[in-house]
Design a protein around this ligand. Sequence first.
Ligand SMILES: [Zn+2]
Length: 168
Amino acid sequence: MYKITLEWIEEGGTRSQTISNEDNTREVGKIFIGRDENQCDIVLPSSEKTVSRLHVVIFYDSHRQGWCLKNLTGNRSSPNPAIVNGKIIILEEVLLSVGSLIQLGRITIVVKQIEGNKSQYQYGIRCVNGHLLPYDFIGDFCPHCGYSLQASETIYLSPEDQDIPPEN
Ligand SMILES: [Zn+2]
């Protein structure tokens, strides 16, 4: 069984959800995210108009042996982007890792924990204030504190480290 824990901030506080690929979601192994409670497993506030009604799906890919994200608005004439680690995702399917940041409109979802990705070890970037970011993070500034990543050190995250959620 493979699990993923997502955390995000909404009006009213921090929300977190852990879902496994065997859970009874709308389609087993898939987590639909958006504003429409009739189509989504994770329902973001209906007031967040920057998020599409059915925006992305996160699914366990047995070939890549990890959790991936796909933008479900990608085939529309005007897709609503999903931004993963600073990169705009329209059509490609992107592999998620611990610390991945998923921006849907004004909502940012953090991948807090993952069980089941192929590589047990992952490189990570640590900003000067100690925030952990995925090694493939694109951007010059830490999204948590805004400090430049020029001064950051690249660290090697062990499985034990990955059990510790990144500090906020
Ligand atoms: Zn930081």
